[in-house]
Write a protein of this length. Structure first.
Length: 767
């Protein structure tokens, strides 16, 4: 058996790369080798696996910084391989764009050169090209999700048939010679789904449903030769059912695997050697090495090294935390700075992040039909309508009068007007930048009386920002303090350093050059600037440098954090920073509570002091503020509110929010949120603006009001005509006109959101 060696560059030694082309009869990945730079030596390490995979041939055609083009002949003839490779590449967070052209056997990848070296990206791609041959390392849902769209398209043939029947009926009404049998046959075929649902109601629910009455009405009007009525009715019914099917909420097929959100390969230390292996092969007890810019792939404890960890995805903590030997780290958190060796304790879906996703997967899957009082009322009217029609026929022996009674059903108008109203509301919302996935979400939005917000990235901007620069000495201005701090912090990757640089650039402050510098992880930086020795960092750091901290007055806001600036051994000033509120947060919270009468809660993984300070600033009651909450605790709070009889909306954007999103009555996220949060959410705010929540609730409440109106529009004329048909008799054509007329009026009324929006756009600009 031939052996294939794919050589990968270590994150600390990208210059040692050699990518080899694989060309063999029967390939197996027998080694993943890397040239690894350690603190003391440069050595070659090799790990051996015995996983058999089909042959792969590849080569680099063209390479420029940030863009690589590969030739992979297998893409031309193996569509499954192409799909697997595409899935792997798109799951890799380092890729900014992926394009595969099977006919040309071409793969083009772009990436940010600031996040990964060209050499490391070449080695990473080489591994992924080979790995795509192995089904076992793909995320579990990938293969299924590729077929979902096609299956959805094929799932509703009744819609196409009903549209065809409507077209034939319209042409016949316009005088075009259409054989009646053709139209009748098309209507009969289009009615089959209705018949199936009616039979299912009788067999499984043991009752006559609206579908049964729909079938009777379609049959009667078809026999009477009124082809347009049943054809149009079928089209509208199928559109309503199609809306329901296409907007079904988060099924298991949409549930994302945790491994999809992490890197595909992991560095581990085995038998004293460092090797890179697929993430699926990591086991409890392994020593996992995580470098700057990489996500922690497992839960465990640090056994060597220290690092600055960004835990915002998991806990909502907005500021990175310094962790050292003995401290716990969790999957999906990001190493900002430093390098750590972790003893793996929990892997895959057993990690804290994995359990969050499992909670989401186990959440109840809701039907998305808008189940409201109107549907229930219509269902209750089915049996009485049938009994009344039968009684009229028994007493009068007049089938026309019986047909009139059966034609005057409440269900048809309701079944047509509700989907029309829902579709209009969803379309109008989409034009406002609000994606509402289902009729059920629309219904729940109208009933919402409690809104629970995540804090970090939802009520706040989700990133550190400078809010004030203060000088302790009149002769040194705040601009000089800012300039000195920015000079010391330049080219550091710490979020506070990045915030200081951004703020200095925004204030157009001239940043002096830095000569010698020494950064101490998690503490601060010492630098030589303009011939002066500068210290920028925490209070602890400056005290370690024997700086006199007496000028501190301790009157800073509790919601903010501070770094200090000392020059030549003297404390000169400080810079306040915080994860500041979104500009619209106060207004939205205030309107929800005062105008809409909604109870507002805040959930966060952040500490109690920070959470309470933010809640006070927003006017959220202490009893409604829940701090230091991990994902499972967030889901528990949402469930408890629901059990109290409240209709709960949850607003969040991270992995840590996904369980709460799944358990809420209606879940809301942002277009820029994590992929898991977006897939879980019932409502996605495409403009990333909290005002969309107010707009979504207003649209939902208007839709609910229109549905109530439409129920009256349908019920009152039909009830009056039903009394006339029962007591005095009514021509079936007149009954059909009343029934269909009220249906059309209700349908047009349901379109008001779209019509109103169109009318506004049509107004002259001067008005």
């Amino acid at each position: 058996m031939a052996k294939t060696t794919v050589q990968l560059a270590s994150p600390v030694a990208p210059q040692s790369l050699e990518v080899v082309e694989v060309q063999n009869e029967e390939a197996s990945v027998t080694s993943i080798a890397a040239y690894q730079t350690d603190e003391k030596q440069l050595g070659k390490v090799t790990a051996t696996t015995t996983k058999q995979i089909p042959p792969v041939t590849y080569s680099i055609v063209h390479a420029v910084p940030g863009r690589l083009r590969w030739r992979v002949p297998r893409l031309r003839y193996d569509a499954d391989y192409a799909q697997r490779l595409l899935a792997l590449l798109e799951a890799d967070t380092l890729m900014t764009n992926v394009r595969i052209k099977p006919a040309a056997a071409s793969l083009v990848v772009t990436y940010k050169v600031s996040t990964i070296t060209d050499a490391k990206m070449r080695s990473r791609l080489a591994c992924l090209i080979v790995a795509a041959s192995d089904l076992d390392i793909l995320p579990l849902n990938t293969k299924h999700s590729l077929a979902t769209a096609d299956e959805a398209e094929k799932s509703r043939p009744g819609l196409q048939l009903s549209m065809l029947a409507t077209g034939l009926a319209v042409l016949g009404g316009l005088g075009v010679s259409i054989p009646p049998m053709l139209t009748t046959g098309t209507i009969a075929l289009a009615t089959l789904p209705v018949v199936q649902r009616a039979l299912a109601g009788i067999v499984t629910q043991r009752k006559l449903t609206i579908d049964f009455l729909d079938f009777i009405a379609i049959a009667i009007t078809t026999v009477q030769g009124q082809f347009l009525t049943p054809a149009l009715m079928l089209s509208l019914i199928e559109i309503g059912e199609n809306i329901r099917d296409r907007t079904a909420r988060a099924s298991k097929m949409q549930t994302l695997d945790l491994l999809n959100s992490l890197g595909q390969f992991v560095w581990v230390e085995r038998d004293g050697e460092k090797v890179q292996i697929p993430i699926q092969q990591v086991k409890p007890g392994d020593t996992v090495i995580v470098y700057p810019g990489e996500q922690v792939p497992i839960d465990g404890s640090i056994i060597k090294g220290k690092a600055l960890l960004d835990e915002q995805k998991l806990t909502g903590e907005s500021v990175p935390i310094l962790k050292t030997k003995g401290q716990a780290v969790f999957a999906s958190t990001l190493v900002r700075e430093g390098r750590i060796y972790i003893l793996a304790e929990r892997v895959g879906n057993d990690t804290r992040a994995g359990q969050s996703i499992k909670l989401m997967a186990d959440a109840p899957v809701h039907d998305t039909r808008m189940e409201n009082y109107a549907i229930k009322f219509a269902e209750k009217a089915v049996l009485p309508t049938l009994l009344l029609g039968t009684a009229v026929f028994a007493l009068t022996r007049n089938p026309a009068r019986a047909a009139s009674v059966l034609s005057l059903d409440f269900a048809t108008g309701i079944r047509v007007s509700i989907p029309t109203t829902v579709l209009a509301a969803l379309s109008y919302a989409a034009r406002q930048g609000i994606l509402i996935r289902s009729g059920r979400a629309l219904e729940q939005l109208a009933e919402v009386d409690t809104v629970v917000f995540d804090k970090t990235g939802t009520l706040t901007q989700g990133e550190v920002s400078v809010i004030a620069v203060e000088s302790y000495h009149p002769e040194i201005g705040s601009d000089r303090i800012l300039a000195i701090a920015a000079a010391a912090e330049q080219r550091l990757t710490h979020p506070v350093a990045e915030a200081v640089i951004r703020y200095a650039e925004a204030q157009k402050v001239a940043i002096p050059s830095r000569s010698k510098w020494d950064y101490q992880l998690g503490l601060g930086v010492k630098a030589e600037i303009d011939g002066e020795t500068v210290y920028v960092g925490s209070e602890r750091f400056l005290r370690q440098q024997e700086i006199n901290m007496e000028p501190l007055n301790g009157n800073g806001s509790k919601a903010t954090s501070v770094i200090y600036v000392a020059i030549n051994g003297q404390l000169q000033g400080r810079i306040k920073y915080s994860d500041i509120l979104r500009p619209e947060s106060r207004e939205v919270i205030s309107q929800l509570m005062t105008v809409d009468g909604v109870e507002v809660h805040m959930l966060t993984g952040d500490n109690k002091r920070t959470a309470q300070a933010v809640a006070t600033e927003l006017g959220i009651a202490p009893s409604h503020t829940h701090a230091e909450a991990f994902p499972e605790q967030k889901a528990t709070v949402v469930r408890q509110l629901h059990e109290q009889g409240k209709t709960v909306a949850f607003v969040g954007d991270g992995i840590n929010d996904s369980p709460a999103l799944a358990y809420a009555d209606v879940s809301i996220s942002f277009a820029h949120g994590s992929e898991i949060a977006r897939e879980t959410a019932d409502v996605v705010l495409m403009e990333n603006d909290l005002h969309g929540i107010l707009e979504a609730i207003a649209i939902a409440r208007q839709a609910k009001h229109l549905i109530r109106q439409n129920t009256s529009i349908v019920a009152l004329p039909n009830l009056a005509a039903l009394m006339v048909a029962t007591l005095f008799g009514l021509n079936p054509l007149a009954a059909t006109v009343v029934n269909n007329g009220s249906t059309i009026v209700a349908g047009v009324n349901g379109l008001r959101p779209i019509l109103k929006h169109s009318a506004k756009k049509a107004l002259p600009s001067g008005r």
